[in-house]
Design a protein around this ligand. Structure first.
Ligand code: UFG
Length: 340
């Protein structure tokens, strides 16, 4: 019998491990898995995750992915792993690549060893648009050439390749979800989960810090890219839509296959257009200055998520940037500004 044999029937309550379940996306997916009736164990070292984001009805194990075998024992009965835990700042990865290889790649390979040893049948992995580097064609399909322009993308691509081997050789049902730029927050039923990076490096939350009076101005990294206004183009996806795709991916995971899906909305916004939306939503003039390019930034990343739509049945409910910035601003005001 292959190591990753077994698995559950559709709709059944199952036991799942979520690595990085105290982080931005992991905490929201954890909430949705619990609401769908599953049992969830969160593994997080709280290096970048936050205790406040932990679901009270999930079991929490404080530890690194490198030690996942402590949790994923053969008789623990896990039916799947959703692997979010990672370092995510492309810019930082240019100057501290060793952190990214150790954490993202070595940690994921240790997790994969534990998954195999425990015979866990399914795994959903947080991959990234950064694996494509500077794309030859937009929108980017899953069949596009992968040529990362920064170590962050390389470390994620290495794990994608390992998952392909694992499913072929050992029967793992693997899915990689390649996220484009994630924004927004989860605000419902009294639960508020959103972005809390420290230090913050992402464009929208930094713009919100300016709108909140916590930063004087926003720097735009580079205005000499080959785009309409010279600033980089990104494709934004609401974190709730992204989170929902994980539950669909779990159901679609097939033994012996590694399936890969891009997740974005298929429309690109320049950094200046993003700033304009933040101005509209917050009513703040948002002073901006142009700064040099940030090393490792691809000029334009726009997804084709046709495969996720047709094969997973995924449809975004909040596709507009205004929806995303509105939710991110609500989260920022109610959870960060008013509760320091
Ligand atoms: N930017 C600025 N000023 C800032 C911060 C960012 O101009 O203060 C620019 C960046 O240079 C880039 C754009 O805004 O052109 C978006 O940058 P982010 O840091 O918000 O996001 P990235 O596109 O670098 O990366 C994000 C995630 C990755 C993911 C990638 C996929 O962090 O995990 O989206 O597109 F891989």
């Amino acid at each position: 019998m292959p190591p990753h044999a077994g698995g559950r029937q559709g709709g059944q309550r199952v036991k799942l491990l979520v690595t990085g379940g105290a982080g931005y996306i992991g905490s929201i997916v954890t909430r949705m898995l619990l609401d769908a009736g599953h049992e969830v164990v969160v593994l997080d070292d709280l290096r970048t995750g936050h205790r406040v984001a932990l679901a009270p009805d999930a079991e929490f194990v404080h530890g690194q992915v490198h030690d996942a075998a402590r949790v994923l024992t053969p008789d623990a009965g896990f039916d799947g792993v959703l692997h979010f835990a990672a370092l995510i700042a492309a810019g930082e990865s240019m100057v501290r690549p060793e952190l990214y290889w150790a954490n993202n790649t070595v940690g994921s390979l240790a997790l994969l060893d534990a998954v195999r040893a425990a015979g866990v049948p399914r795994m959903v992995f947080s991959s990234t648009a950064a694996v494509y580097g500077n794309p030859v064609e937009l929108p980017i399909r899953e069949t596009a050439v992968t040529a990362p322009t920064n170590p962050y993308g390389s470390t994620k691509l290495a794990v994608d390749l390992a998952l392909t081997s694992e499913s072929t050789a050992h029967g793992l049902a693997a899915v990689s979800l390649r996220y484009f730029n994630v924004a927004g927050a989860y605000l419902r039923d009294g639960v508020a989960l959103g972005e809390r990076h420290d230090p913050e490096t992402h464009l929208i939350p930094i713009a919100l810090e300016v709108a909140a009076g916590r930063r004087e101005k926003l720097q735009i990294f580079g205005d000499d890219y080959p785009t309409s206004d010279g600033t980089c183009i990104r494709d934004y996806i609401h974190v709730e839509d992204l989170a929902r795709a994980h539950l669909l991916a779990l159901d679609a995971a097939t033994p012996g296959e590694h399936r890969v899906f891009n997740l974005g909305n298929g429309s690109g916004f320049t950094n200046r257009q993003v700033v304009d939306v933040v101005r509209e939503v917050t009513g703040h003039p948002l002073p901006v200055e142009t700064a040099p390019r940030r090393e490792g930034d691809p000029a334009a990343l726009v997804a084709s998520a046709d495969l996720a739509r047709t094969e997973l049945g995924w449809t975004p409910a909040k596709p507009t940037l205004t929806d995303m910035v509105t939710d991110a601003w609500d989260f920022y005001r109610t959870q960060i500004l008013e509760r320091p």
